[in-house]
Every structure is written in structure tokens, then in C-alpha cells.
Design a protein around this ligand. Structure first.
Ligand code: GLC
Length: 425
């Protein structure tokens, strides 16, 4: 049958929890949140350090409430969260002995500690994002993305060897001072800089030595524990060399990771739920981003979107959590996920009365709508008998199971039918 995940989110198994959890929150917060026009603002506008420092001097995350964020994460049906410990601008949200460019120096607050403690207290797994790029570090060489590209800063001596030592030192700080960290999201490799520039092999070895159970993504440019499709949805299980790989699609709410005040290109909650289900149906996770504003608060649309998703996951969690792809072929209108002998049929478009499920005759002993536990009746086509009731569907190939659905579409973001499968001998 299916390769559906069986581990629960609480197992100690090092990768099982990740695939069982299926849904996480990404949090992009930093100095760019004050600019409120995308986290790449310093690069896009080729700002000098001095110009960018206007955000440092005004950084005051008085509304950054990690406990509230942890509560929102759990209530949205997510089981882990990942915070930007350092983004490309180099600003650190943790206490680093290796730089003054931190939230602790700026405000006295170690936001990584607040985040880690709050997520743990809420029973969630904890991840950190760490940018390999660093536009503030004096040894990080200029490249096409660097805000100082094409300026005379080009002529200063910069030494990536020293920068690599800095990164290693910071990774040591993050992985020794904050308790158990479950995932590390490095970002990112591009044509001008890759595994060699990052000292990827060595960095990864240090990470695994310090926290053997941690999961590391693939953006050091060498294989990690999971791959990270960004802002697109894989439509089938992902493979490397014929082997399935663990993956996590990362998505924004509005196309920007950092707070972007004037961007109202928000994805609809129903679309986001479909994306979550599509990930699970293809054996992957979804990590959905929020970019708190300059004061550290979520904007109203982020709030209402997460609330709407949470209303759906409250009723439908078991169709995604601990679930995975199914080997059954779904009908064209639907998506399948599966967990053990429960097959979940997700229906983005509501059919009229009858829904034919190929190959499921004799395989199902009970069916219900998941949101209200109401029975869905079904019958099996024999492929031969003439059906004379004109409400009945035309004959279907043998082996088809036909569900009889209510006319009215259930009032949930994505209706789900739970099919209890007959155990195979
Ligand atoms: C990209 C962007 C970065 C963002 C990341 C999230 O690599 O450079 O701003 O943090 O995607 O996956």
C-alpha cells in the first residue's frame, strides 16, 4: 500500500518527526522589516551600511511576542517553526560574541532565545535559518548580490577564509547555547558562491557533531537531509537518483519573506490549504512564512489567514499530519493522502452527487466527511447491469467505487472524505 509516514510528531526518531509534522511556520524578521519593502531591500537599493543603519538605530521590536507566535503556530496546525537567526543583511537576532551587529546589542533582547523557549514551551519543534550571505561582514567578498557591488569597497581586501571561521563560530554558538535545535535552514548557494566558498563539508560536519539529530537543508550546495523547493509546488514525489527524498516547499503569503507593507498579493487561505495537501500528497512538507512588521507584530491579513487555516486543520489534521502519499490513483477532481488504513480524498471542486473512485471497489468499508463525521454512502458498479433509475450514474468500469455526496458543498476550505480501507491480507 502507501508509503505513508507512521511516526508521530513526538517520536525521538531524528527524521520521522519532520515528515510526520508536515506543516511549519517560517518567520522572517530583522532590520529589513522596518524598511517594509522586502528583505532584499539593502541589495535592491544598493544601500551603503551607513544608510541601512537607520533601521538599526530605530530597531525596537516591542510587539515581537514569541509566546503569542508559538500559540499561533500551534493553533494553525503547524508543528514546527523556523526563525531567521541571521539574514543576508548580517543582522543577528541572537547573542553572538563574534559581532556587535545583533539584536542583543541593539535592544538587549535575544530574540532567538525568546523564540526557542516559546516554541519549546508550546511543544513545537524548533528550527533556525542562517544566511550564508552576509552583506555587513567586512570579509564577505562582493558579488552580484552585494549592496556595495560596483563601489570602491570592491578594492578593500576581503578574506573568505576569515568569513568562514566567523560562520563556523556563529553556528557553534547557535548549536551550543540554545538547547536542542531540530532543523537548520542554510541560505543559499548561487553561481558565484557555493560549497567551496561556504566550506560546506566542514560546516555540515560541525553541525552534525554538535547536534547529531538535527536536520539540515540542501542550500549549502551539497546534499543535506531535505530539499527545499521555493515558491512552487512539486506535483509528484521528489527523487534523487531514483530514491525518494525528504522535501519541504517554502512559501510566502504575498511573495515577500520580509514584511512588505504595500504588497497585497496575498494567497487565499483555501489555496494555501490546497498547497499543504498537495505537498503531503506528494510526500513533502509545507513551511509557510510570515514577516512580522517593524515592531514585530503580524499584520491583520497574516493573522486572519493563519486563523482560517487553523479552522481547517482543527477539523482535518489527521488527513495531513502523520499522513503521506498514497499509491491509489485519485479521481481527476481530487487528491489523496493516506495514513495507514485511512485514505483521505480531498475535493477542491465539489462534484454533483456521484464521485467514482477507480480501483476502490471491495477496498473500503466505511466512508465519512471528515469535518462533521457524517457517513457517506457508496456502492460498487458491476460494470454490466443496466441502471434504470435515472438518478443513477452511467455504468462505470468494474472495480469502481461510487460515492453519493450531498448536493451542498461542506462549508470548509477544502472538503475531505475519509475512507476506511479494508486491511490487506
Ligand atoms: C531566498 C531569499 C531569501 C529567503 C529565502 C527563503 O533564498 O534570498 O530572502 O529568506 O529564499 O527560502
Amino acid at each position: 500500500m502507501s508509503g505513508a509516514a507512521t511516526d508521530s510528531a513526538d517520536t525521538t526518531d531524528s527524521t520521522g518527526w519532520f515528515e510526520a509534522a508536515r506543516f511549519g511556520l517560517f518567520v522572517h524578521f530583522g532590520l529589513y522589516s522596518l524598511a517594509a519593502r522586502h528583505e532584499w531591500v539593502r541589495s535592491r537599493e544598493a544601500m551603503s551600511q551607513q544608510e541601512y543603519d537607520r533601521y538599526l538605530h530605530r530597531f525596537d521590536p516591542d510587539l515581537f511576542d514569541a509566546r503569542q507566535l508559538a500559540c499561533t503556530t500551534r493553533e494553525s496546525g503547524m508543528r514546527y517553526a523556523v526563525l531567521t537567526a541571521k539574514h543576508h543583511d548580517g543582522f543577528c537576532l541572537f547573542d553572538s560574541a563574534l559581532t556587535d551587529y545583533t539584536s542583543v546589542r541593539a535592544t538587549g533582547r535575544d530574540l532567538v532565545r525568546e523564540f526557542v523557549d516559546a516554541m519549546r514551551a508550546e511543544g513545537l519543534r524548533v528550527g533556525l535559518y542562517y544566511s550564508l550571505l552576509d552583506w555587513q561582514h567586512p570579509d564577505f567578498t562582493l558579488d552580484e548580490h552585494h549592496p556595495l557591488r560596483g563601489t570602491e569597497a570592491q578594492r578593500k581586501t576581503r578574506d573568505m577564509e576569515r568569513y568562514r571561521a566567523y560562520m563556523e563560530g556563529q553556528i557553534r554558538e547557535l548549536l551550543t547555547e540554545y538547547g536542542r535545535i531540530d532543523t537548520l535552514f542554510f541560505d543559499f548557494t548561487y553561481p558565484e558562491k557555493g560549497p567551496e566558498a561556504w566550506g560546506a563539508e566542514r560546516l555540515l560536519a560541525v553541525v552534525k557533531e554538535l547536534q547529531p539529530d538535527i536536520l539540515v537543508n540542501d542550500r549549502l550546495g551539497i546534499p543535506g537531509d531535505y530539499v527545499t523547493p521555493e515558491q512552487y509546488q512539486p506535483d509528484r514525489p521528489l527523487e534523487r537518483g531514483g530514491e525518494r527524498v525528504v522535501w519541504e516547499a517554502c512559501h510566502t503569503l504575498n511573495g515577500s519573506w520580509g514584511y512588505d507593507r504595500d504588497n497585497h498579493d496575498y494567497k487565499d487561505p483555501a489555496l494555501l490549504v490546497r498547497m499543504l495537501v498537495q505537498s503531503v500528497a506528494c510526500g513533502g512538507n509545507l513551511i509557510l512564512n510570515v514577516g512580522p512588521n517593524g515592531r514585530g507584530a503580524l499584520d491583520p491579513t497574516a493573522h486572519s489567514t493563519l486563523r482560517a487555516i487553523g479552522e481547517w486543520t482543527d477539523l482535518h489534521a489527521r488527513s495531513v499530519r502523520d499522513a503521506g502519499p498514497s499509491t491509489f490513483e485519485p479521481p481527476s477532481q481530487g487528491l489523496y493522502t493516506q495514513s495507514g488504513n485511512r485514505l483521505y480524498l480531498h475535493l477542491p471542486a465539489w462534484p454533483l452527487t456521484h464521485l467514482h473512485l477507480p480501483g476502490l471497489a471491495g477496498r473500503v468499508h466505511y466512508a465519512q466527511l471528515l469535518h462533521d463525521g457524517s457517513e457517506i454512502r457508496f456502492h460498487e458498479a458491476d460494470g454490466a447491469r443496466h441502471e434504470h433509475n435515472n438518478l443513477a450514474p452511467p455504468s462505470q468500469p468494474a472495480g469502481t467505487l461510487t460515492l453519493t455526496l450531498p448536493i451542498a458543498r461542506p462549508d470548509v476550505l477544502l472538503p475531505v472524505i475519509e475512507l476506511e480501507l479494508v486491511e490487506e491480507e
